[in-house]
Design a protein around this ligand. Structure first.
Ligand code: NI
Length: 170
C-alpha cells in the first residue's frame, strides 16, 4: 500500500477526459491501484478520489461518504450518470484544490451505472452528499473541477484566491 501524491489544479491530467478502461486489461493491477486510492483518500480526509487525482487518466473513482459513521465503499469503474433530479446548494471542496471551498448548486439526487471492483455492472442512487460525490467524481473523469461550474464573477474571485493558495501546495 502506498500513499500517492494528489495532483493539483493546473496540472494537465486533471483537465483531460479519462477514457473508459478495458476491465480485463486492468484486472491484475486493479486491486493494488484501489488499495492505494483508498489509502490516499482516507489519509487526505476525502470522501472521494478519481484516478486523474493520482495522475492517471483512467475512468475509475472511489467514494466513501460514510453513513452514520459506517464506512460504505463504492468503486466506480467506467461510471455514467443515468439520471439527475432536484437541486441542492452546499459548500463543495476538492482534494486537488486544497483550501478552497465554494457554494455550488448540484442535483439533489443522482443515479449512476458503473462496474464494481469485480467487473460486475451495477446501478446506484444517492441523495445529498452521495449525489454530490457522484457528480463531483464523474466530473473529474470528464476533465472538470467543481470550480468550472462557477459563474464568471465567482471565478474571478476564485482565480485571485488560487494564486495565493498555489504557493502553499506541493
Ligand atoms: Ni475533487
Amino acid at each position: 500500500m502506498a500513499l500517492l501524491r494528489i495532483t493539483k489544479h493546473g496540472e494537465t491530467v486533471l483537465k483531460k477526459p479519462s477514457p473508459p478502461v478495458d476491465f480485463e486489461a486492468i484486472k491484475k493491477e486493479l486491486p493494488g491501484l484501489l488499495r492505494d486510492m483508498w489509502a490516499t483518500m482516507y489519509a487526505a480526509h476525502g470522501v472521494g478520489l478519481a484516478a486523474p487525482q493520482i495522475g492517471l487518466n483512467l475512468r475509475i473513482a472511489v467514494i466513501d461518504v460514510k453513513h452514520e459513521g459506517q464506512s460504505k465503499q463504492l468503486v466506480l469503474i467506467n461510471p455514467k450518470i443515468l439520471h439527475l433530479e432536484g437541486a441542492q446548494e452546499e459548500e463543495e471542496g476538492c482534494l486537488s484544490i486544497p483550501g478552497l471551498y465554494s457554494k455550488l448548486r448540484r442535483a439533489a439526487k443522482a443515479t449512476i451505472s458503473a462496474l464494481d471492483e469485480e467487473g460486475r455492472p451495477y446501478e446506484a442512487s444517492g441523495e445529498g452528499l452521495l449525489a454530490r460525490a457522484f457528480q463531483h467524481e464523474i466530473d473529474h473523469l470528464d476533465g472538470k473541477l467543481f470550480i468550472d461550474h462557477l459563474g464568471l464573477a465567482q471565478r474571478l474571485k476564485v482565480a485571485r484566491i488560487l494564486k495565493d493558495l498555489k504557493k502553499t501546495w506541493n
